[in-house]
Design a protein around this ligand. Structure first.
Ligand SMILES: CC(=O)SCCNC(=O)CCNC(=O)[C@H](O)C(C)(C)COP(=O)(O)OP(=O)(O)OC[C@H]1O[C@@H](n2cnc3c(N)ncnc32)[C@H](O)[C@@H]1OP(=O)(O)O
Ligand SMILES: O=C(O)/C=C/CC(=O)O
Length: 259
């Protein structure tokens, strides 16, 4: 009798699956405007693994940064030290972003609604007296307006995935199909939302986010329970490949180097 040894399936957390799925969405020599937080982790992981030519652009004016650890903020010196070029902030916005020279804007969110509108400003309906005051807009509204497309990475729960955001910091698809054009927004808006449970994409007819991919071990019902609206499921629902040992090792090394 012959015995075969299968490679051990690496164990990983749902947060690791989310960062790896988000990194996989970034390919080739695309120009990516990177938000601080979860998007920065994914973008740096992508550049370190399958997408070494990915051009990371941070709002502080660094083009083509290649940090070997996660930057603490957009002002972290490692971004300028490892960049191909450092330009002024007005140049980032006026020359690169607004005329549509950036392929992907990669953003985080505290709240996200079914049309991909993002809230990073306040939780609660009284701006002056909110339940939670969040970090604010920064450059995110401009990024959401003008990048050719927008990817969002956010943990999925009833708290974060709401029918309607408490405050629209960055416009996604507004109130549905056609709103971006009506508002004069240049880019395509959110085309991909990556969470710790799966991946959502806008329905081409309505622009409403629908579940299009499930991470390993996650059930559709679980995603529905973590969503504050009646979540629709794509007829082409697919499954995310589990993280490889190499992806996990790189993600963990990146995090370790950033401590
Ligand atoms: C280019 C640019 O970077 S533009 C910069 C603009 N800023 C952003 O885009 C920030 C985007 N990120 C976010 O909005 C994130 O949700 C953040 C920064 C608010 C928090 O993210 P994380 O640090 O990953 O932490 P986490 O999700 O655990 O939340 C931390 C706390 O924020 C508060 N919070 C976050 N989301 C919510 C929410 N939907 N409702 C209520 N409170 C919330 C809570 O106090 C929470 O603590 P708790 O979980 O113990 O209650
Ligand atoms: O002001 C912004 O847009 C982003 C801020 C994030 C940071 O300070 O790292």
């Amino acid at each position: 009798m012959t015995t075969t040894t299968r490679p051990a399936v690496p164990t990983y957390t749902s947060d690791e699956m989310m960062s790896i799925a988000a990194a996989r969405a970034l390919t080739g020599g695309k120009r990516c405007f990177v938000g601080i937080g979860l998007p920065s982790t994914a973008a740096n992981l992508a550049r370190r693994t399958h997408a070494p030519d990915l051009v990371l652009i941070y709002e502080s004016g660094t083009l083509g940064s290649k940090p070997d650890r996660l930057p603490a903020s957009i002002g972290d010196g490692i971004l300028a030290e490892t960049a191909d070029a450092v330009i002024s902030v007005p140049e980032v916005f006026n020359y690169w972003l607004q005329p549509g020279r950036i392929d992907i804007g990669f953003l985080g969110a505290a709240q996200l609604d079914k049309f991909g509108n993002i809230n990073t400003t306040v939780i609660g309906d009284d701006y002056a007296n909110p339940k939670v005051r969040l970090p604010g807009a920064g450059g995110a509204p401009e990024i959401a307006a003008s990048c050719r497309e927008v990817f969002v990475v956010v943990r999925q729960s009833k708290r974060s995935f709401v029918e309607q955001v408490d405050f629209v910091t960055s416009v996604g698809h507004g109130r549905g199909k056609g709103d971006r054009e009506r508002l004069g927004l240049r880019g395509a808006g959110p085309t991909l939302v990556i969470t710790d449970l799966g991946v959502l994409r806008p329905d081409p007819e309505t622009s409403e986010l629908v579940l299009s991919q499930l991470h390993p071990g996650v059930e559709v019902e679980q995603v529905r329970e973590a969503t504050g609206w009646e979540l629709k499921v794509s007829p082409e629902l697919s499954n995310t490949e589990a993280p490889t040992a190499e992806e996990l090792a790189n993600l963990r090394a990146l995090k370790e180097a950033s401590k």
